[in-house]
Design a protein around this ligand. Sequence first.
Ligand SMILES: NC(=O)c1ccc[n+]([C@@H]2O[C@H](COP(=O)([O-])OP(=O)(O)OC[C@H]3O[C@@H](n4cnc5c(N)ncnc54)[C@H](O)[C@@H]3O)[C@@H](O)[C@H]2O)c1
Length: 333
Amino acid sequence: MTILVTGAAGFIGMHVADRLMGQGHAVVGIDNLNDYYPVALKRARLDLLRERHGRLFTFHELDFADMGAVQAALTDQVIEAIVHLGAQAGVRYSLLNPHAYVRSNLAGHVNMLELARDRHVRHLVYASSSSVYGGNESLPFRVEDRVDHPVSLYAATKRADELMSETYAHLFRIPMTGLRFFTVYGPWGRPDMAMWIFTSKILAGEPIPVFNHGRMQRDFTYIDDIVEGIIGCLDHPPADDGALKAGGSRAPHRLYNIGNNRPEELMHLIAVLEEAIGRKAQLDFQPMQPGDVHATYADISAIARDIGFSASTAIEIGVPRFVQWYRRYNDLD
Ligand SMILES: NC(=O)c1ccc[n+]([C@@H]2O[C@H](COP(=O)([O-])OP(=O)(O)OC[C@H]3O[C@@H](n4cnc5c(N)ncnc54)[C@H](O)[C@@H]3O)[C@@H](O)[C@H]2O)c1
């Protein structure tokens, strides 16, 4: 099969492309290599994909919010399925640069829906986020819960993506799966996320910012578990049979949480990182950040039932793997 992977130079996109090509699929990757975080990391991810997979990998540097550019690059390209992972990510940055989210996450998402419609793809799997649950207090978060009160523009754009997808699944019967990811981490991860920031600061002997005075819980999900879940979903498109789907649709569209189903105290994560790094952290306690949420905790029963997904990697296993990769990538070994 030939699969379009958007955000192929990104953290999750690179791992998904790697696994798909490892299974023998051809991947067409697109990414605009924007400088939200260092472009060198995005280029290094692409180099790895090219080295490992040679001609199975085709890459186009383009902005998928520009439909003309998408069409020009993909005119003669067969596309049988789409894994849409490209987006402007990050909760806090959406308070600083809202238009980046509107462009990539709203206009860009509609463009991918249009492409799916035009190519009659077998399945479009796209990234949503646990942030759609906003300030919901009922834990764990269930896909049936109301998600009408996002606390950041990032979350609002992700919820809008789900709603626009529902419309396209209804009107054009395109099989789609939206995945609400819960704090993903692992090798080749993102420099704007806590795991990376804490690791770099602990190694440098600098204080780490601990928001809400450490009273935070996150459902950390190891990258290999996420990749397994994405590919498991991709291989099982929802049927267009009128039956009720996870998330409440009767169109061929379902929504899943994909997390570890095990919230970790922030202070426990720090202890596991200290152990993996072999150094104590200096803690800089700070108040809660605007747009942030106190706890995330995924109810994964729907994806477990339908796809057989189970997240098997505890942070005690995943964190040392991240730290080991981080040292190697930054020439610290
Ligand atoms: N990593 C997480 O913990 C997490 C949690 C919840 C949701 N998500 C979602 O999962 C997806 C993948 O996240 P990630 O962690 O790999 O992020 P990432 O930032 O590493 O990857 C996203 C990629 O998309 C590209 N991109 C952004 N806008 C683009 C545009 N207009 N045109 C072309 N390329 C564009 C970026 O250059 C980047 O390489 C995103 O949709 C994100 O919102 C991630």
